[in-house]
Design a protein around this ligand. Structure first.
Ligand SMILES: Nc1nc2c(c(=O)[nH]1)N[C@H]1C(S)=C(S)[C@@H](COP(=O)(O)O)O[C@H]1N2
Ligand SMILES: [Mo]
Length: 231
C-alpha cells in the first residue's frame, strides 16, 4: 500500500511538474493562473494515472505539404483581443481564460500523425497546453464522463474523459514550429495522436464537462461517422 501510493505520488508530481503541482491527495501546491482549488476526485486521479503515451516522430519527419485544410464551413472570424476559452459544466471550478492566461501555462510539443477519414494523413508538430492541466484547474466532478468541445464555426465534438486526460491530448496554439495559422484553428485547436482528424476540433471556444452524452454528439458523428474514432 505504502509503495503504491508512493509511486502514484511520484508519477502525479512528474506529470504536472512543469507547472501545475498537485500532491497525491490532489491538493494544488502551485497554481500558475491563481485559481485555488479543492482536492481532485478519485475517479479523476485514477484516469490521470492510467493512460499510455503514443510514440512520437522526430521533428525531421514533419510533412507540412501533406496537411490538407479541412473545414466544413471555412475559417471563422475570431476577435483575438476578446477571445476567451470557457471551461464549464460538471466542474467545481469553471474557468474563463484569456490567451494571456493560456500563455502562462506550461506548454508541451509533440510530433504526431493526423489521420483524416477522407484518405490523407500528415505528420505534424503541435505545441500547446495539455487538456489534463486545464482539467486539474477546472476540477471535474466525480460524475463527469464526457467532454464537449464547441467551436467558433459551429462545429461541435464530444470525447470520453479518459481520452481528454491523455497526456498527449492538447489544445494547440503552435503548428510545425510557428504560431498556429487561422485556417488550422487559431487561436486554439485540439490535437491528439489517439483520435481521428474529425475529433480534433479547430477554433475551440467552449470545453464543457458532462455526465452524459447528448443526442448531438459531434458534427461528423451525427452524419453517421463513429463516435470513439480511436487511432
Ligand atoms: N471547427 C472545426 N474543426 C475541425 C473541422 C471543421 O470543419 N471545423 N474539420 C475536422 C477534420 S475532418 C479534420 S481532418 C481536421 C483538419 O485539420 P486541418 O484543417 O488543420 O488539417 O480538423 C477537424 N476539426
Ligand atoms: Mo477529416
Amino acid at each position: 500500500m505504502a509503495e503504491s501510493s508512493r509511486i502514484s505520488r511520484r508519477q502525479l508530481l512528474q506529470w504536472t511538474g512543469a507547472g501545475l503541482l498537485v500532491n497525491v491527495a490532489g491538493t494544488l501546491l502551485y497554481d500558475p493562473i491563481g485559481k485555488l482549488s479543492m482536492p481532485l476526485n478519485e475517479a479523476f486521479q485514477s484516469l490521470l494515472l492510467s493512460s499510455k503515451p503514443t510514440p512520437e516522430f522526430p521533428i525531421s519527419a514533419i510533412e507540412p505539404e501533406k496537411l490538407i485544410v479541412n473545414s466544413f464551413r471555412g475559417t471563422p472570424a475570431i476577435d483575438l483581443a476578446n477571445f476567451k476559452l470557457n471551461i464549464s459544466g460538471a466542474v467545481n471550478n469553471p474557468l474563463s481564460l484569456t490567451m494571456a492566461d493560456i500563455d502562462r501555462m506550461p506548454h508541451t510539443s509533440m510530433v504526431i500523425q493526423q489521420v483524416c477519414v477522407e484518405g490523407w494523413a500528415a505528420i505534424v508538430q503541435w505545441g500547446g497546453v495539455r487538456l489534463r492541466d486545464l482539467a486539474i484547474l477546472a476540477q471535474p466532478k466525480p460524475t463527469a464522463k464526457y467532454v464537449y468541445f464547441k467551436s467558433a464555426d459551429g462545429y461541435y465534438e464530444s470525447w470520453d474523459l479518459a481520452s481528454v486526460l491523455h497526456p498527449q491530448t492538447i489544445l494547440a496554439d503552435r503548428m510545425n514550429g510557428k504560431e498556429l495559422p487561422a485556417e488550422n484553428g487559431a487561436p486554439l485547436r485540439l490535437a491528439s495522436p489517439i483520435k481521428l482528424g474529425y475529433k480534433q476540433s479547430k477554433w475551440v471556444t467552449e470545453v464543457v464537462f458532462a455526465n452524459e452524452l447528448l443526442p448531438k454528439r459531434g458534427y461528423w458523428e451525427d452524419l453517421g461517422y463513429e463516435w470513439f474514432a480511436g487511432l
